[in-house]
Design a protein around this ligand. Structure first.
Ligand code: APR
Length: 227
């Protein structure tokens, strides 16, 4: 009987690919203020600064390669029913071969229009003066879910949790909702839960099992046990 596995990933799974996390020592939120670069208000106040922030992250993400943890999750799709719900905006799950990936916080690879909500593949460098390819408004922005905005795919995620036999959380500090609430929902539904993280997350006590260590070591081992 195949497992129905919902896997939540966070910045920690991409750390060993060289992409910065947010809340670790020296992380992105130690270098930039969230209110300046990850809120609609910050974008309205200084769109230039926000586009620069995401142009830098888009360039870094394009240079990064998947690590053993991404590849292991891609291989898991061959033997179990897997949905990767990622908070990450990099494309490393897809680059490793994962097919069922839901970017609940958006993606650096996508752009959107603040006027008509059209979405398209983002250029490497986005400029404030760029016009929307659909309505021509100069209101283009990264297709990233900012604080105060509604994450993508919540209905699909809820449905997947309802049918899940196993919920795994990998490389996330468990600080940001609604993602941080998925483990409580899984427990309420009687779904088995496991956390794979470099250190115990904020939701540590809610997981039945924890595997502490770098994702490139813990994830392949965990996947091997499921294969
Ligand atoms: N292997 C496994 N886990 C790791 C590794 C690693 N090599 N390196 C770091 N971690 C863990 C850290 O211990 C931490 O618990 O990854 C987690 C990263 O936490 P955050 O930096 O808070 O990132 P994340 O949980 O993904 O943030 C969630 O917050 O700012 C918003 O939208 C942003 O999607 C992001 C959300």
């Amino acid at each position: 009987m195949r497992e129905q596995i919902v896997i939540l990933t966070g910045a920690g799974i991409s750390a060993e690919s060289g992409l910065g996390t947010f809340r670790d020592e020296g992380g992105l939120w130690a270098q930039h203020r969230i209110e300046d670069v990850a809120t609609p208000e910050g974008f309205a106040r200084d769109p230039e600064r926000v586009q620069r922030f995401y142009n830098m992250r888009r360039a870094e993400a394009r240079e990064a390669a998947p690590n053993a943890a991404h590849f292991a999750l891609a291989a898991l799709e061959a033997v179990q029913d897997v949905l990767v719900v990622t908070q990450n905006v990099d494309g490393l799950h897809e680059a490793a071969g994962s097919k069922n990936v839901l970017h609940m916080h958006g993606s650096l690879a996508r752009a959107m229009c603040g006027a008509c909500a059209a979405r398209w593949d983002a250029p490497l460098v986005m400029q404030v003066a760029d016009a929307c390819p659909h309505c021509a408004a100069q209101a283009t922005r990264p297709d990233i879910v900012w604080f105060g905005e509604i994450p993508y795919g919540m209905e699909e995620i809820d449905a997947a949790l309802q049918n899940a036999t196993l919920f795994a959380s990998i490389g996330t500090s468990g600080n940001v909702y609604p993602a941080a609430g998925f483990v409580a929902e899984a427990r309420r539904l009687g779904v088995r839960t496991v956390e794979l993280n470099l250190e115990p997350s904020a939701g540590y006590s809610l997981f039945e099992e924890a595997r502490i260590g770098p994702a490139s070591e813990t994830v392949p081992k965990w996947v091997a046990e499921l294969s």
